[in-house]
Structures are given as structure tokens and as C-alpha cells.
Write a protein that binds this ligand. Sequence first.
Ligand SMILES: Cc1cc2nc3c(=O)[nH]c(=O)nc-3n(C[C@H](O)[C@H](O)[C@H](O)COP(=O)(O)OP(=O)(O)OC[C@H]3O[C@@H](n4cnc5c(N)ncnc54)[C@H](O)[C@@H]3O)c2cc1C
Length: 344
Amino acid sequence: MTDRSIVVVGAGIVGASLAYHLAGNGRPVTVIDAGLPGSGVTQASFAWIGRTVGSDRPSAPLRCLALDDYRRLETELPGLAIRWTGSLTWDGFDDEPGPTTTEVAAVEPHLLDPPPAAIHRPEDAAFDPVAATELLIAAARDRGARVLAGTPAVALEQRAGTVVGVRTTAGELPAETVVLAAGTGSVALGAGVGITLPVEPSPAVLVRLRATPGLVRGIVASPALEVRQLDDGTVLAPTTYGGEIDQAALLATARRVRDRFAAAFAGAGDAEIVSAEIGWRPMPVDDEPIVGPPPGVGGLYVALTHSAITLAAALGRLAAAEILTGRPAPELAGCRPDRFAVTS
Ligand SMILES: Cc1cc2nc3c(=O)[nH]c(=O)nc-3n(C[C@H](O)[C@H](O)[C@H](O)COP(=O)(O)OP(=O)(O)OC[C@H]3O[C@@H](n4cnc5c(N)ncnc54)[C@H](O)[C@@H]3O)c2cc1C
């Protein structure tokens, strides 16, 4: 027998948002993580919060809520420290038509070679993804959730086709509902109960540079360079990664990013490399979120997506409401696991 416990596996931005939205609603909530909250791919994220999306994508109704849900969340959690800096994109970086400005130099005055026009989304934002995850976890705890860091899930416990708990290195956690929010770690846990989650671990690198503060005002993105800058001068620049996973290749990637930054912004010539970190993004094969109960097994709910920083606030609220009430959220209809043949 279980009580009505909910166990969330994974305390990245997705699991943290779920735990926050689930907690304090009458069901015991436990969130576990193999490491510390935010120590998965979340810690290597560029953490751009934007709702850019083709309106024909199945997840468009969810993505449309992304920014509004962060506005809500920051009123609930004022410490969230979202930086509403806006974004500037050009050269086809952005597939979706957007509000175009020809005043690029006014938006980003330090660009050396501003394009004649760019898409300007003043509503876009970013934050410190680890600080945000920790805040959500702390708020979930304040609402009564139990948080177990350093507690890897070894397997899901299943009885008669229903998941009834999580086996961890510290013992079993019985649950009426297990939420798999373990990023790339979800695939192996799902496979243990016969669920095939078509998610590839996709590497990307976050390069950190030290530069003169005030060179980049908002989020700037072209196919050559994505960049934003913190108040202390730290520059964050993500890049996709297809090469060998070794230190030499990482350093070469960081140098390329540094050189592109130096060529793009006046005053950036002395930028120094601080670090280059690989993150393994949980990338559904069709690039759309996988959210909901997978068919073929009871007691399980899956929340997996790329662009999870952008989506976490809305996804956490909607998924938590589904889990608590049993009523499907129409905004998640395009994200269901049953679009794949998930049982094996
Ligand atoms: C360079 C880079 C730039 C990015 N830029 C953006 C961006 O600008 N905007 C955006 O929206 N997204 C961006 N992303 C993607 C975004 O970071 C991810 O989609 C998001 O962090 C995924 O969060 P998550 O909670 O699903 O996964 P994770 O952060 O990986 O969290 C999963 C957690 O589960 C835990 N776990 C795994 N297995 C187990 C287990 N067996 N037992 C217990 N715990 C387990 C892990 O320790 C981890 O803490 C970027 C990613 C990278 C690498």
C-alpha cells in the first residue's frame, strides 16, 4: 500500500518547478536527485527565456505561456531575479518572424558591425539557472516537500503494471505517482519498466568569458554567436558541440567563441576564457516536449524537454495540476508520450 505520495525524480529546473507546483496541495511530495539541485545540464545552460516558436508546432500552446508563467512566478518568488533584458536575433537565427528593428545600434551600441535590421524581442529574459532551481527547491521545501539530494534512483518499483515507488541507494520510496524529471537519466529509469523514451543526450557547450562589463546589454544571437553578459562582466556564450569530448577540443571551441565575441563587440578584444562546460541536453527525437503519463504503465508521469529553462514555469504549473486533479491540460495535448510507440 502507498499513501498518496508523489516522488519527483530529478531536481533540475524541470523537477524543481514540478516539486514547487506540486507541494502544499495535500499530497506528500518528495523530490530526489543523484547530486545537488541544478547539478545536471541545468547548470550549463545559457538560460534564455523566450517564447519564439513556430505557431504550427505541437508545443506552441505551452510555449506561448512561457513568459507569462515566469511573470507569475517572480511575483510568487521575488528572489527569482529574472533579467528582462530582451533579445536581438538576425541572419535566420530565429525561424519565426518577429518584430523587426532597424535601430540595432541603439539596442546594442557596442556591436562593431550591426546588421541593417534584426528581430527585437524586448520581452525575452534570462536568469541564473542554478540559483532559480535552488530557489524553487527551497520554496517547495517551505511548502512541505521533502528534498533528498545525493540520492540516486536505482530503479522504479513496479507491481502488476503500475509503478509503486522508487528504489534509491538509500532505500525504497513508495509512491502513488512517480514523476520522471531526471533529464537524460530518465531514459534508463523508463527502460527498467518497459518504457522507451525516444530522447537523445545532445551535447552543447557553455563558454564563460571575463570581459569589460557593459559590452552586451541583452541577449544577442546570430548563427555565429549567442551571447549575454552579467553585471560583473562575465560573458555567457553557448554553442552546439559535435566534436570529440576532450579538453583540447573544448579549449578550441572556447577559443573560437572568444574570437567571435572579440570580433563582434567593441572593447571585447581582451576577453579571457574562464571555462567551457559541456551539458547533455535531453533532446526528444522530434524536438517536442514529452509530458504526461506514458501508455502501458500506471503510476508514472514523464516530464522531459529541451528548452526546459524557457518552459519550466508553465510546464511545472500545468503538469502539477494534471497530476493533482487528473484533468488533462489542453495546452499539453501536443506533448503526450503516446505520440511514440513507447511500450516495449
Ligand atoms: C549550453 C547550453 C545552453 C542552453 N541554453 C538554453 C536556453 O537558452 N534556454 C533553454 O530553455 N534551454 C537551454 N538549454 C537546455 C536546458 O538547459 C535544458 O533543457 C534543461 O536544463 C533541462 O532541465 P532538466 O531539469 O530536464 O534536466 P537536468 O538539469 O539534467 O536535471 C535532471 C536531474 O536529474 C538528476 N538525475 C538523473 N538521473 C537520476 C537518477 N537516476 N536518480 C536521481 N536523480 C537523477 C540529475 O542529477 C539532474 O540534477 C541549454 C543547454 C545547454 C547545455
